[in-house]
Design a protein around this ligand. Structure first.
Ligand SMILES: CSC[C@@H](O)[C@@H](O)C(=O)COP(=O)(O)O
Length: 349
């Protein structure tokens, strides 16, 4: 068999700048942003031009490299300025643990100079690809064992594909892996309100990969399960507490409740770097609240009455007991107490 081609990265470093796919422009336009300053990078993450937990972590690390280059001269780096930029980068979005984790890793190389910081960020990009490849193979194996008798009908939420990671993706990567094995009947794609990461990005990635899919509004997901249209739910994670509670895109918790109601496996695919072992459970996860304008209208068109009050959390927390398995590059974790699975907690492979 010929080796797989090198996956296309969502981020790269070019001549002192960060190049990033502008995820706001998809699916209509594929364009790259050239980000020359930490402020530009922060704007890109805030506006979700650059989004998805692993991608924002990697962007944060590259941001530290940008800052280290900017604040170095004559072989000396002004560490105080770079550390201030690193603190700003870490705080842009609070929920995904990957951001602060990756920024910390880049800052740890600061004393060795800007090239060492850049080397660390680029190594993290490579690592993310390797880690995702391992996780998607493991997740696809698990899904095949959960639904052994037929091509699987999968429901997925938000975008967990190559755009949301260095490359390959997590949950969406597993779906594409299953497709390559001839094991996908159909993917139902939640549009993912309010910013339509499912309709804009996941549908685009599935189309690119030739995977059959149908879009549905988020509120159709439970009905699809009730009608027997879903064999398995696959989603990603922004932060996983030590007990296996998972923060992910708003709407994930509702999907898990509906999946439990219908006895449908609910599987999370995420790298080990998404685990926050310092948090005992999901109650301590900070949930980002976003601009009310994302809910009152879309793309500049207002839908709600002027001045409507809004509740716009970007994420929710799914309790571990509703999760069949959390798959990473290293293991399949089955949260104890899950109603559909039995302990042992980890399946050695
Ligand atoms: C592999 S991406 C995992 C998660 O980051 C993803 O499911 C998600 O919730 C992304 O939210 P977003 O607000 O689009 O950054």
């Amino acid at each position: 068999m010929s080796p797989r081609p090198r996956p296309r990265p969502s981020l790269s470093w070019d001549d002192g700048c960060v190049l990033a796919v502008d995820q706001r422009a998809l699916p209509h336009e594929y364009r790259l942003l050239r980000l020359a300053t930490v402020d530009q990078l922060i704007d890109a993450i805030t506006s979700l031009a650059v989004r998805g937990a692993p991608t924002i972590g990697l962007a944060g690390a590259l941001g530290v490299a940008l800052s280290a280059h900017r604040h170095s001269s004559d072989g000396r780096t002004d560490e105080a300025f770079v550390k201030a930029d690193a603190a700003r980068l870490s705080a842009v979005r609070p929920t995904a643990v990957n951001l602060a984790w990756a920024v910390r890793r880049a800052v740890a190389r600061l004393a060795e100079g800007p090239e060492a910081v850049l080397a660390e960020a680029l190594a993290m990009l490579e690592e993310d690809m390797t880690v995702n490849r391992a996780a998607v193979v493991r997740a696809a194996d698990l899904v095949q064992s959960l639904v052994p008798d037929r091509p699987v009908r999968i429901l997925t939420h938000c975008n967990t594909g190559r755009l949301a990671t260095a490359a390959i993706g997590t949950a969406l990567g597993a779906i594409i892996e299953l497709r390559e094995r001839g094991r996908v009947a159909e993917v139902l794609v939640d549009e993912t309100r309010p910013l339509l990461q499912g309709a804009r990005l996941t549908a685009w990635e599935l189309g690119e990969a030739g995977v059959p899919y149908r879009l549905c509004v988020d509120s159709a997901a439970a009905a699809a399960m009730a009608r027997g249209m879903v064999d398995c739910v696959l989603a990603g994670a922004d932060r996983i507490a030590a007990n296996g509670d998972v923060a992910n895109k708003i709407g994930t918790y509702g999907l898990a409740v509906a999946a439990a109601r219908h006895g449908i496996p609910f599987v999370i695919v995420a790298p080990e770097s998404s685990w926050d072992r310092e948090l005992a459970d999901g109650a301590g996860i900070v949930i980002e609240e976003r601009d009310p304008g994302e809910v009152t209208g879309f793309a500049g068109v207002e839908a709600a009455p002027a001045g409507a009050a809004v509740f716009n959390p970007a994420f929710d927390v799914t309790p571990a007991e509703l999760i069949t398995a959390i798959v990473s590059e290293a293991r399949v974790f089955r949260p104890c107490g899950s109603r559909r699975t039995s302990c042992p907690r980890e399946v050695p492979t």
